[in-house]
Design a protein around this ligand. Structure first.
Ligand code: MG
Length: 315
């Protein structure tokens, strides 16, 4: 499933993509229950398929099973746009706003120096264990939201990355069980003010500004990605391709990163682990390809969709 957080009017809702349509999963489940003559359908739907992504992921397998059941029920109804039994369950994708799939993750953990091609290009040595740092929920930015260039920086960089979304509360996850705790994957961009990370000697400020965690447009569930280590990673600015690599170049692969992070933190549903970025960073071009206000940046991980973000100046 391609899970989304979407908005029409009112609060954000949980949905999934079906071609050019978005299915409201909570409402679909409620209507399906009503159809089956169940009482308290709305309350039950709110518990089984809650409209908030983190609440939904907290429900682990049961919530996903219920969502699949609702999806199949809508599919049996032929995915008619508009009212199913009088409710707006199936919406044209063009009529809704897709927000960041996980709007307020409890953690955003990022790996640095994690691509062989980038390490070789710079003549560096690979780290002996994963190098991780954190970003905060304020940095979350939707797939087509503007990315703000802060007044503090003139060296704004991009980092196209595969992101893992955790689906189970867990600690000390052994390598062979790492996939079990993954809900799915997203396209991610670890926006970086390179002059500030250099000046500070660490990442909290230079990678922590608002809109510096681009993610989306959807969260692809783990069952749809048989191997996250074979996905193309691409980034272009105004149509010029600046990063074109593959997750096959990861130094520490997805299970290793998840297992490693779980040794440090209790991982929780909705936590995001960004896996690092391949060669082709802005600072490595001559002249450097730093992002400028007005630029249109496109970030894509194969099979996980593209984010298209305009760069704007902070006012
Ligand atoms: Mg990065």
């Amino acid at each position: 499933m391609k899970l989304v957080t979407f908005q029409t009017v009112g609060d954000p809702r949980l949905g999934c993509i079906a071609g050019e349509r978005v299915i409201d999963l909570t409402l679909a489940y409620e209507t399906m229950l009503q159809e089956k003559g169940r009482r308290k359908a709305r309350a039950l739907a709110g518990v089984m398929v809650p409209p908030d992504m983190i609440d939904f992921l907290d429900g682990e397998g049961d919530a996903l099973t219920a969502a699949v059941e609702a999806f199949e029920w809508v599919s049996g109804e032929g995915f008619a746009v508009g009212a199913v039994r009088g409710f707006d369950i199936v919406l044209p994708a063009s009529s809704v706003r897709l927000l960041a799939p996980v709007a307020h993750p409890r953690k955003i953990i990022c790996a640095g120096k994690n691509y062989w091609d980038a390490i070789k290009e710079r003549g560096e040595k690979a780290p002996e264990e994963p190098k991780i740092f954190s970003k905060f929920a304020n940095s979350v930015c939707g797939w087509d939201d503007d990315v703000i260039r802060p007044r503090m920086t003139r060296e704004l960089g991009y980092e196209a990355e595969l992101a893992v979304v955790i689906g189970k509360r867990c600690k000390h996850v052994p390598l062979e069980r790492a996939y079990d705790v993954i809900a799915g994957y997203m396209t991610y961009n670890d926006i970086t003010a390179g002059d500030l990370t250099k000046r500070d000697g660490q990442n909290t400020r230079g990678k922590g500004f608002d809109t510096f965690s681009v993610m989306g447009p959807y969260l692809t569930t783990r069952d749809e990605i048989s191997d996250p280590q074979v996905l193309g990673v691409r980034l272009s600015v105004n149509g010029r391709v600046l990063q074109d690599s593959s997750t096959c170049h990861l130094v520490f692969d997805v299970p290793r990163l998840v297992s490693f992070c779980s040794e440090v933190f209790t991982l929780e549903p909705g936590d995001v682990i960004a896996t690092g970025s391949p060669r082709g960073l802005a600072k490595d071009y001559d002249p450097p390809a730093f992002l400028q206000p007005g630029d249109l940046m496109e970030t894509e991980i194969e099979g996980l969709g593209s984010c298209r973000n305009r760069i704007v100046e902070e006012v």
